[in-house]
Ligand binder design. Structure first.
Ligand code: PEP
Length: 230
């Protein structure tokens, strides 16, 4: 299983250091095949020692240059970061990242050999239109994305389940993952959306779920390690 923690705009450099230490103390007990990723805010990127991979929540598709407020490859290289989250719904919606921009980012970081966790997900009004609409919406988020890229992991995150405390049902996750698995050529497929210690076992036992991308419940090292060790 894959367990990925997305801190979003939470934690400082100092609290991230404490978190990594506390988490790593628990990770000795994880199953050897399980993989853990942490995506701290950019200001807390660093070279951390531990049984986990540190990735960036975002970066501009350039080595360096005049991109005010962004970080590029040069800043990631400094800490040996080779993993990136692309297409998160908060970036698509709040920061108005279009599919074309998302695809540009994907191509650049693919070219650099990065491991990419690529996020897709539908808003509530699409879910309410029925499964055909959901699938059509999700498939459009693969426009310009090379699903054959060998370092690709997909995360299905229904937007209405993110940060709401209301996870998708087993049936919703199962049906959606089954359909997505047919188009992603065997790539690992994570579920994201209010995953937490109390529902992790149920979610990870669904056929077609290869792991979870976790926001709120990952912010506390104890809670996230509970999920990993459950
Ligand atoms: C996320 O934003 O990737 C996420 C899954 O958040 P949460 O776990 O808080 O729903």
């Amino acid at each position: 299983m894959i367990f990925a923690a997305n801190f979003k705009t939470n934690h400082t450099r100092q609290s991230t250091q404490l978190y990594m230490k506390a988490l790593n103390e628990k990770l000795g007990a994880k199953k050897p095949d399980d993989k853990v990723y942490i995506f701290p805010p950019s200001t807390a990127l660093d070279t951390y020692e531990g049984e986990f991979t540190v990735g960036t929540q975002n970066a501009y598709p350039a080595h360096n240059g005049a991109y005010t407020g962004e970080i590029g490859l040069e800043q990631l290289d400094e800490f040996g970061i080779q993993t990136i989250l692309i297409g998160h719904s908060e970036r698509r919606e709040l920061l108005e990242e279009s599919q074309a921009k998302v695809a540009d980012k994907f191509s650049f970081f693919k070219e650099q050999g990065f491991e990419i966790i690529y996020c897709i997900g539908e808003p509530l009004h699409i879910r309410e239109q029925g499964f055909d609409s959901v699938l059509k919406y999700l498939l459009a988020q693969f426009e310009g994305i090379d699903v054959d890229y060998e370092k690709l992991i997909i995360a299905y995150e229904p937007i209405w389940a993110i940060g709401t405390g209301r996870s998708a049902t087993v049936e919703e996750i199962s049906t959606t993952h089954k359909a997505l698995k047919k188009v992603i050529n065997g790539k690992p497929l994570l579920y994201g959306g209010s995953a937490k210690p109390t529902n992790i076992q149920e979610i990870t036992s669904i056929v077609g779920v290869d792991g979870v991308l976790v926001g709120s419940a990952s912010l506390n090292a104890d809670s996230f390690s509970k999920m990993i060790l459950s």
